[in-house]
Design a protein around this ligand. Structure first.
Ligand code: NAP
Length: 352
C-alpha cells in the first residue's frame, strides 16, 4: 500500500466543461495530485484557461490554473494520469489514444463503461474489479466511474445486497440540471417545469448496477448480478444533487431495523485505507421524514456521502426509501478522484 512521496502530475481532458471545472475545484490542495495539464477541444486549445472557460464554480478560479495554456486532447501532456470529463460524443477514441500511449485514464464518460476489460468502479462497492486493467492490452489503462444517478443508487444497494440479497429494484429519479452539463437545459424548458426524459439514462441505470454489484470471476470476467431493475428518469429544477425514490424486493423477508443498521454500519475499503476523498461514514440515514433534501444534504462528506431516508413498507415490492447524492461530486469528478486514489494506493500506476 503506497502513498506517493511527492505529488503526482495529472491532466484534465475536457477541462473547460462542467465536470472538468469540478475536477479543478476539487483537486485544489489535493495531497497526492497536482494539475499540470488542461486539455479541451480545438475551440479552446491554444488559449489561456481563463479565456477559454466560462467558470461557474463557487470557489474562485485559482490564479495558477487561470494562466495555464489549454492543450488539444492529444497524448503528449506532461503527466501520467488524466481525468476525463470529455463529451461522450468524442471521449471514446481520445481516451483510447491516451491509454495506448501509456496514460492512466480515469473517465467519467459512458463510452468504455461496459467494455469487458474496463473496470466500472465505485471504490466502496467493487474495489476488486480494478484488477480488470490487467486484461487491457495497451501501455496505459482506462478506469471508468458510473453514471451519476447509478452511483447513489448502488451505494445504497451495496450493503443490502451483500447482507440480504436483492431481487428487484424500481427507481424513479429527480435529477439536477448540472447533470446535463453547461449550458445544459434551457431555462424556458425547466422553470416551472419537469422533464420526464433524459436520453439514455434509464438504460444506463438498468445495466450499470449489475456490473458494479457483479462478481469478478477467477478468469477475470465479471459475472453480472441477477437483479431486475426498472428506472424512470426525470429532470427537475435543482442545480446539484440527484434524488431517487427507490422500491425494492429482497430474496427473503428483511426487517426495516436491519436495513437501517446495515446502512449505518457500512464502511468499506476507502474508509479503511483512509483515502483522502473517502467520506466517513459513506452513508447517512435520516430519521426525520422530511430528509434528505438536495439543498440541505448534497454536500455531506464534502459531497462524497450518500444520504438516505424515508424507509417504509412498499405495498407492491418490500420496502421503499429515498436516496440523494451529489451528481458532479460523488457522481462525477469526486468519484473519479476516489478511483484514482484507490489505484495509486494499490500501486497500479507503477505496474504498467
Ligand atoms: P460539458 O460541460 O459539455 O463539457 C464537455 C467537455 O468536452 C468540454 O471541456 C469540451 O471542450 C470538451 N470537448 C467537446 N468536444 C470536444 C472535442 N471534439 N475534442 C476535445 N474536447 C472536446 O459536459 P459535462 O457535463 O462536463 O460532462 C462531461 C462527461 O462526463 C460526459 O461524458 C458526461 O456524460 C459525463 N458525466 C457528467 C456528469 C454531470 O453531472 N455533469 C456526471 C457523470 C458523468 P470545449 O469547451 O473546448 O468545447
Amino acid at each position: 500500500m503506497k502513498i506517493p512521496d511527492q505529488k503526482l502530475p495529472v491532466g484534465i481532458l475536457g477541462a473547460t466543461g462542467s465536470v472538468g471545472q469540478k475536477f479543478i475545484e476539487l483537486l485544489q490542495g489535493h495531497p497526492w495530485f497536482t494539475i499540470t495539464a488542461l486539455a479541451a477541444s480545438e475551440r479552446s486549445a491554444g488559449k489561456l484557461y481563463k479565456h477559454a472557460v466560462n467558470w461557474f464554480q463557487q470557489a474562485p478560479l485559482p490564479p495558477r490554473i487561470a494562466n495555464m495554456m489549454v492543450s488539444a486532447c492529444v497524448p503528449d501532456l506532461p503527466c501520467r494520469i488524466v481525468f476525463s470529463g470529455l463529451d461522450a460524443a468524442v471521449a471514446g477514441p481520445i481516451e483510447e489514444a491516451f491509454a495506448e500511449a501509456g496514460y492512466i485514464v480515469i473517465s467519467n464518460a459512458k463510452n468504455h463503461r461496459m467494455s469487458e476489460t474496463v473496470p466500472l468502479l465505485i471504490p466502496e462497492v467493487n474495489p476488486d474489479h480494478l484488477d480488470l486493467v490487467r486484461k487491457q492490452h495497451c501501455k496505459g489503462m482506462i478506469v471508468t466511474n458510473p453514471n451519476c444517478s447509478t452511483t447513489g443508487l448502488v451505494m445504497a444497494l451495496k450493503p443490502l445486497h451483500d447482507l440480504f440479497g436483492i431481487e428487484k429494484v424500481f427507481v424513479v429519479t429527480h435529477q439536477a440540471l448540472s447533470g446535463a452539463g453547461y449550458p445544459g437545459v434551457s431555462s424556458l424548458d425547466i422553470i416551472d417545469n419537469m422533464i420526464p426524459y433524459i436520453g439514455g439514462e434509464e438504460e444506463k441505470m438498468q445495466i450499470e448496477p449489475l456490473k458494479l454489484l457483479g462478481t469478478l470471476e477467477e478468469g477475470g470476467k465479471v459475472d453480472f448480478a441477477n437483479i431486475a431493475i426498472s428506472a424512470q428518469c426525470n429532470r427537475v429544477a435543482v442545480t446539484n444533487g440527484h434524488m431517487e425514490s427507490v422500491s425494492l424486493k429482497f430474496r427473503s423477508p428483511v426487517k426495516k431495523e436491519a436495513i437501517i443498521q446495515a446502512w449505518r454500519d457500512f464502511r468499506a475499503l476507502p474508509q479503511e485505507l483512509e483515502l483522502p476523498f473517502a467520506p466517513n461514514p459513506p452513508l447517512y440515514y435520516f430519521d426525520d421524514p422530511r430528509y434528505p433534501q438536495p439543498r440541505l444534504h448534497r454536500d455531506l462528506g464534502n459531497g462524497m456521502a450518500v444520504s438516505l431516508g424515508r424507509l417504509r413498507d412498499c405495498t407492491i415490492l418490500d420496502v421503499k426509501f429515498t436516496v440523494l447524492s451529489h451528481n458532479t461530486v460523488r457522481g462525477a469528478a469526486g468519484g473519479a478522484i476516489l478511483n484514482a486514489e484507490l489505484l495509486v494506493k494499490k500501486g497500479y500506476h507503477e505496474e504498467h
